[in-house]
Design a protein around this ligand. Structure first.
Ligand code: GLN
Length: 525
């Protein structure tokens, strides 16, 4: 856990307990969309160890069967919180299991749309939802009503599509309101969080800036110093700007030029961050050091390791040079961790699976005896972008495509040399320039050029050429888990190919990558 005071103590919070459904994080996502702060924790969370009181609790779906021997179960202390509870699918089956155990295998699985029949017009949970389409995904079902509950909605296949406790604000629904296939699912979550839990809809980035700056100041105290790496990407820039707003020059940003950044990147970052955003930034040119270490290495995993390790080494060495004026040591390390990484590390993976940790800064924290500060760890990417706009970060930077940590080193296939990086960089720059020119940049999730170290014959000005190949990649995706290639107009590809071959020495051919993910990945290495 980061050395942050809980945001949940500041904003009204809905607690989402995750039983491992692939949709669990969407519950949190939807609630945030109407300005309710929600936090997801594993279903095994002990309520006594929470450190804050939720305004309501949602039990997510999950792949298990509540009656199975190793099925996960919720801490019964949620019922002593005296706040509204909503069980979704597995969550409802869990409520039923606790109150009479009438849950078992259904005759057939139910997967797909169903029509919701609301039985009690006055029921606040389903306000405005009668006859709407809801999404089902279950194999188990309730064989009877749990003790103390009544039915409040049905569907053709689910007689207990919605249930409510007779006297307490406890509800169960068989369908998934968090997926967009449930057309009014968001209405249900809002009815629950706003009308039944009375949570304040004050989770806005405007409010977040204010409370976060206060929180950072309190945490860091009046004298301590903070250090952090910037990459030129949106997350580290937003985190750095927030730190600067909070503690000014006691925040020290370091940009390590690893020799495999984009064309003119170090100079551009310096200009934007120092001149534009007044961030206390030091740029370290370690490109020779990185490129020397990468000499002769062709294996992608080895490249990644070398870059990661060299980065830690250079960062530690340069951090040594930043001695706070009062002779004190630097005490915190800023990390731009986002909520999806946090979710990934805490979501419930079942009894047999270990939970993986989400960051690789462990070495830095230990060696340098630093404490971690992660001001974006509660935010989704679109919230970070909104925050960036509010903090005055240039629009282009806020909406920039993601760029991998090992940079162009994994976009130059085979050995990485200065010359090869230069070719990949120039081609990439032309490609991105043309994409922006054509007004397509924001329609594409990620685009880049790769250099393939194969030689191909060409002819230029009556001369035979024998040079390498550039592969262009552009993908559309919402979550980067799956992706499809972007359908450029042929005339666009024609223009880009002509420019690259003409303007970049060493390139004989240009190809366009038309593979989706899966089976391919976004990056080539
Ligand atoms: N595993 C349970 C079932 O099959 C719950 C499924 C779910 O939560 N989506 O009914």
């Amino acid at each position: 856990m980061a050395a942050n005071e809980q945001v949940s103590n500041i904003f009204d919070t809905i607690l989402v307990l995750d039983f491992g459904s692939q949709y669990s994080h969407l519950i949190t996502r939807r609630l945030r969309e109407f300005n309710i702060y929600a936090e997801m924790l594993p279903c095994t969370q002990k309520i006594s160890e929470l450190g804050w009181t939720p305004k309501g609790v949602i039990l997510s779906g999950g792949p298990y069967s509540v009656y199975a021997e190793d099925a996960p179960h919720v801490d019964h202390a949620i019922f002593d919180l005296n706040v509204p509870i909503l069980g979704i699918c597995y969550g409802m089956q869990e409520l039923a299991w606790i109150n009479g155990k009438q849950v078992g295998r259904g005759e057939k699985r139910e997967y797909g749309p169903a029509t919701l029949k609301v039985l009690e017009d006055s029921n606040a949970l389903f306000k405005g939802m009668n006859d709407s389409t809801v999404w089902m995904s279950h194999g188990d079902k309730l064989h009877g009503l749990p003790t103390g509950y009544r039915t409040i909605a049905t569907s053709d296949n689910s007689p207990y599509c919605g249930i409510a406790h007779e006297t307490k604000p406890i509800y169960g629904i068989q369908f998934h309101p968090e997926v967009t296939h449930s057309t009014l699912g968001k209405t249900l979550l809002k009815n629950f969080a706003v009308d039944l839990c009375h949570a304040k809809q004050n989770w806005t980035m405007e409010n977040f800036i204010e409370t976060e700056i206060k929180r950072i100041r309190k945490l860091v105290g009046p004298t301590a110093e903070v250090i952090g790496a910037v990459s030129g990407g949106v997350d580290s820039t937003v985190a750095s700007k927030l730190m600067t707003e909070a503690i000014g020059d006691r925040f020290h940003a370091i940009l390590v030029d690893n020799g495999v950044l984009r064309l003119n990147e170090a100079a551009n970052v310096k200009k934007t961050l120092v001149e534009g955003l007044k961030i206390n930034l030091m740029v370290v040119d370690a490109s020779e050091e990185f490129l020397t270490k990468l000499k002769g290495v062709t294996d992608p995993e080895k490249k990644r390791k070398i870059i990661g390790n060299t980065f830690i080494h250079v960062f530690e060495r340069e951090a040594e040079k930043i001695k706070p004026k009062d002779g004190k040591e630097i005490q915190f390390l800023l990390q731009g961790t986002l909520y999806p990484d946090v979710i990934e590390s805490i979501s419930f993976k079942g009894p047999s699976q270990t939970i993986k940790t989400h960051h690789n800064v462990g070495g830095l924290l230990e060696n340098m005896k630093l404490k971690l500060i992660e001001p974006l760890r509660e935010l989704f990417k679109d919230e970070v972008r909104h925050l960036g706009e509010l903090l005055g970060i240039p629009h282009d930077l806020v909406w920039r495509h993601p760029f991998p940590g090992p940079g162009i080193a994994i976009r130059v296939l085979g050995e990485v040399t200065k010359e090869q990086v230069e070719i990949a960089r120039k081609a990439d720059n032309i490609y991105i320039e043309e994409i922006k020119q054509a007004g397509l940049y924001n329609q594409i999730s990620q685009a880049f050029a790769c250099l393939l170290p194969v030689k191909s014959v060409g002819v230029m000005g009556d001369q035979r050429t024998y040079d390498q190949v550039i592969a262009l990649r552009a993908i559309e995706t919402t979550d980067f888990m799956t992706a499809d290639w972007f359908p450029f107009e042929h005339s666009f590809l024609k223009k880009v190919a002509a420019r690259i071959v003409n303007e970049v020495d060493g390139v004989a051919r240009v190809t366009y990558d038309i593979t989706s993910k899966p089976p391919a990945t976004v990056e080539w290495e």
